[in-house]
Design a protein around this ligand. Structure first.
Ligand code: FAD
Length: 475
């Protein structure tokens, strides 16, 4: 096949790669996006982990199961009577798949509208700006001035708990269960483990999360993590810390798990076991070794602050490079790389990347935790406000959790915002903007917040940082 020439070829069509191709095309560059995600019945598969088996399907199931849970637990308090509430797992999964299809199909439409060439196949970067694409339909070589590597990541497998697609599964498998497992084990109580554990717990599974670390959610502000742990316990999500799994054997239809905790060996039996112990970057066999691109021992491609590798014209973005494995972090990196390639100036503010855990309550944060503020050695102040005193949270029947603001004592600059409570994932946007604009606590205090809204809790936390919250008893 003859070579096809582009200004930019992106390898990987996930949330880091496809926006890079679109942005480059918007800026007048000819762009192609090569992606090897298996094509489904509908022939649509761009979107990577995020759209196919990550962010989107998990949130679809979290929404369905939260509604089911509320119908059971809360409707009566609102005075709403229902017949018996039931769940049709098939219908729930079909809704989820419909959303995934719409969104992945949407990317194809965006490619068409922006004149991005979408190519299905496996890409490999060769010397001389060439990208070899292998697919069932045949092989081709593309050439480009610039190549962005956006190949993402894949779940880590434990040697003693190999995925079998039925009893022991990864996160993708756990999003596709066709029935509610009676006893569900989850190895890893991180973000993904908690979200998936919540989905199936709400539908009735007895869920045990086995976490090797002694600390619950170590990346979260300790006060927020403690409140989240308290609420998860109430929901009977059984999180066991310092529990190191050493064995997982499938015997008949049961997974027998052994773990060490506090010097003792414990055992449990599950109907299904989800392994959520992290993800590893996908960089194997991706780059011709002759190229000057460094890959570290864990597989992360080495890049600078602007996602350049050491090889001229080769960039890498998203999960395959350092930093949090988050879709929006990858997207901003992809857009930044495309803009730099087109000759614009661009930079991602790595200090203002929000993180969200979409459990109920949601947990969201941006900037420094109190632990990090302490470690910085600079004087800081803290303001907290409880959703128990927020009118909208009461009306929503979700009046637990809190907002916490950490700010520089001397300069008043907001350094970190942490929320555990209703819609924390939406509320955090205001805090991200505040940090992006280097806002002071006073800026937030003087910003008018609509009443009654959950955002008033942020306003009150800012007031509390200076000891004058209006709806709390200030010491
Ligand atoms: P990916 O999305 O993994 O995309 C990479 C693409 O490249 C894939 O399509 C892959 O097939 C393709 N590819 C790989 N190698 C090649 C090759 N050689 N040639 C061609 N194509 C190749 N993040 C959030 O921000 N919010 C969330 O709520 C969230 N929820 C999640 C829930 C789950 C269950 C999981 C598993 C992840 C979740 N994430 C979430 C993480 C998020 O999905 C990832 O951070 C994001 O998808 C990374 O984007 P990426 O483009 O770097 O990689």
């Amino acid at each position: 096949m003859t070579d096809k020439k582009f200004d930019l070829v992106v390898i990987g069509g996930g949330p880091a790669g496809y926006p890079a191709a679109i942005r480059a095309a918007q800026l007048g560059l000819s762009a192609a996006c090569v992606d090897d995600w298996p094509v489904g019945d509908k022939g649509r598969a761009f979107g990577g982990t995020c759209l196919n088996v990550g962010c989107i399907p998990s949130k679809a199931l979290l929404e369905s199961t939260e509604l089911y849970h509320r119908a059971h637990e809360e409707f009566a308090r609102h005075g709403i009577g229902t017949g018996e509430v039931s769940i049709d797992v098939g219908a729930m999964q079909a809704r989820k798949s419909g959303i995934v299809e719409q969104l992945t199909g949407g990317i194809e439409a965006l490619f068409k509208a922006n004149k991005v060439t979408g190519i299905k196949g496996r890409g490999r970067l060769l010397t001389g700006g060439r990208v070899e694409v292998t697919s069932a339909e045949g092989n081709q070589t593309l050439t480009a001035e610039n190549v962005i590597l956006a190949t993402g990541s894949t779940p880590v497998e434990l040697p003693f708990a190999k995925f079998d697609g039925k009893h022991i599964v990864d996160s993708a498998g756990a999003l596709a269960f066709d029935a509610v497992p009676k006893r569900l084990g989850v190895i890893g109580a991180g973000v993904i483990g908690l979200e998936l554990g919540s989905v199936w717990r709400r539908l009735g599974s007895a869920v045990v999360l086995l976490e090797a670390l002694d600390e619950f959610l170590p990346m979260v502000d300790p006060q927020i993590a403690k409140e989240a742990a308290r609420q998860f316990k109430q929901q009977r999500l059984d999180v066991r810390l310092g529990a190191k799994v050493s064995k997982a054997d499938v015997v008949g239809d049961v997974v027998k798990v052994e773990y060490e905790q506090g010097g003792k060996t414990e055992s449990l039996e599950f109907d299904r076991l989800i392994v959520c112990v992290g993800r590893r970057p996908l960089s194997q066999d991706l780059i011709d070794p002759e190229l000057n691109v460094d890959v570290d021992a864990r597989g992360f491609i080495d890049v600078d602050e602007q996602c350049r590798t050491a090889a001229a014209g080769v960039w890498a973005v998203g999960d395959v490079v350092r930093g949090p494995m988050l879709a929006h972090k990858g997207t901003e990196e992809g857009v930044m790389a495309a803009e730099l390639i087109a000759g614009l100036s661009a930079q991602v503010n790595y200090g203002a990347i929000p993180s969200v855990i979409y459990t109920a309550p949601e947990v969201a944060w941006v900037g420094l935790t109190e632990t990090e503020a302490k470690e910085s050695g600079k004087p800081y102040k803290v303001g907290t406000f409880s959703f128990a005193s927020n009118g909208r949270a009461k009306a929503l029947e979700q009046a637990s959790g809190l907002v916490k603001i950490i700010a520089d004592e001397k300069f008043d600059e907001i350094l970190g915002v942490h929320i555990v409570g209703p819609m924390a994932g939406e509320l955090i946007a205001e805090a991200v903007l505040a940090i992006e604009f280097e806002a002071s606590v006073e800026d937030l205090q003087r910003t008018v917040h609509a009443h009654p809204t959950l955002s008033e809790a942020l306003h009150e936390a800012a007031l509390a940082a200076d000891g004058h919250a209006l709806h709390a008893i200030n010491k």
